[in-house]
Write a protein that binds this ligand. Structure first.
Ligand SMILES: [Zn+2]
Length: 420
């Protein structure tokens, strides 16, 4: 059950994390307590980049079991402006979401949108060709230095600057329960020397984030407490990951330390569990760990076993809008002819609003006719599938059945991939 205060009321409960059960190794279940309610972990956090989960009303998010929503500081800073969200009473009040909220620091978007979406994010261009660094046809739009990042707005070309202090000022005005420190995102393409400098830079920025966080927490003492997570970088290098995690775990500035940690940056999929394990070795047991940007089923199992507690990703909704439907038997595209006369739910036995009210044939029609309801109904199903998967993993952990559930789920999801 989701524990939430009626009517979106705010409690004065401080931020807390309690471990409730453990696997062998780093995996654990727990409860994160925030002023806007609690989160049972492991948990999938639904992404509402611009203070909206595209095409879905917040009430539907409650119905599909979402425990919290993550929005994006960069997007909300550019539009509508963090001052407007502050005046509205914070992110949750603005978007009518009564539960816990997260905002990321804006660092990822400043750099990824700036240098070309889905392209390599190399800030050190020595030895690399332009094609490795900048999306074709785009000019470089973000520059990082030791003080911060200067970037060009993707909306109108205006120049903006993010520093650790500015990111925290924006995030305090946005008012989310959980915020992330401003970090430098690197990629697997960056050189080892660049990764070393980047870990040092992110640590220096973490000190400035904590100092600004403390100042703003005192200045805004009438607001609910906002927790700040430090973000561990270090790419695929064990020594850098351990050094970065240890450094952030030990950090205390003006009497304040991080409330939790983001596991960030470039992660090799095939070594996901190993790399998360290095960080979990170094991070304190009594603080939550958020893994940024994954939603594939095999990644969930690997990351949870290695000690990650919460996750966020745009993929379930993004692929839904492109007609890709998740099921326990894998993913299928509902645009194919196989769904034209399929008067059955998107997924057998799914308890989501879409599957209990509509058929594959109807959604096939909506997608073919390019009706916007297609996005709403497909997103509700995919988000429910993802939230439920992590809920089921949590239940299996509590029951001592994690390994058996993993083998059963992944065996079915990847071996009988549906193609219809
Ligand atoms: Zn469904």
């Amino acid at each position: 059950m989701i524990e939430r205060l009626p009517g979106g009321e705010v409690s004065d409960a401080p931020f807390a994390f309690d471990v409730t059960s453990r696997l062998d190794g780093h995996g654990r279940t727990g409860t994160i307590t925030t002023p806007h309610g609690s989160i049972e972990t492991p948990a999938f956090i639904v992404v509402g980049t611009k203070a909206t989960v595209k095409a879905v009303v917040p009430e539907a998010l409650t119905d599909l079991g979402a425990q919290a929503v993550l929005a994006n500081a960069y997007h909300l800073y550019l539009q509508p402006g963090s001052d407007i969200i502050d005046e509205a009473g914070g992110l949750g009040a603005f978007m009518n979401w009564p539960g816990p909220t997260f905002t990321d620091s804006g660092g990822f978007q400043v750099m990824s949108l700036g240098s070309g979406f889905k392209k390599v994010l190399a800030m050190d261009t020595a030895g690399l060709g332009d094609d490795d660094v900048i999306a074709e046809g785009k000019s470089r739009m973000a520059h990082v230095d030791d003080d911060g990042v200067t970037f060009t707005s993707h909306l109108n070309g205006d120049k903006h600057r993010f520093t650790p202090e500015i990111s925290l000022q924006i995030q305090h005005r946005l008012g989310a329960d959980i915020m992330f420190a401003f970090d430098e995102l690197t990629t697997l393409m960056n050189t080892r020397p660049y990764q070393e400098r980047s870990v040092e830079r992110t640590h220096a920025w973490a000190i400035r984030c904590l100092a600004e966080h403390q100042r703003l927490t005192v200045e805004r003492a009438d607001k609910p407490y906002q927790a700040l997570f430090g973000v561990v970088q270090g790419a695929q290098y064990e020594d850098l990951r351990r050094q970065a995690a240890r450094g952030l775990a030990e950090l205390e500035v003006d009497g304040r330390s991080f409330d939790g940690f983001g596991l960030g940056g470039a992660l090799e999929k095939e070594n996901l569990g190993t790399i998360i394990g290095w960080m979990s070795d170094e991070l304190p047991e009594d603080k939550p760990r958020h893994l940024l940007g994954i939603s594939e089923p095999d990644d969930f199992f690997a990351a949870i076993a290695a000690g990650a507690d919460t996750f966020d990703c745009v993929n379930p909704s993004r692929v839904a809008r492109n007609a890709a439907i998740y099921t326990a038997d894998g993913r299928y595209n509902i645009n194919t002819a196989a769904s034209r006369r399929a008067f059955v739910p998107l997924e057998d036995d799914c308890d989501c609003y879409t599957c209990t009210h509509y058929t594959r044939a109807y959604l096939h029609h909506l997608f073919k006719a390019r009706e916007i309801l297609s996005s709403t109904l497909a997103t509700i199903h995919n988000e429910r599938f993802t939230v439920r998967l992590v809920d089921n993993i949590r239940a299996a952990m509590r029951a001592g059945d994690f390994d058996a559930y993993r083998d059963e789920f992944l065996g079915r999801f990847y071996s009988r991939r549906v193609t219809a």
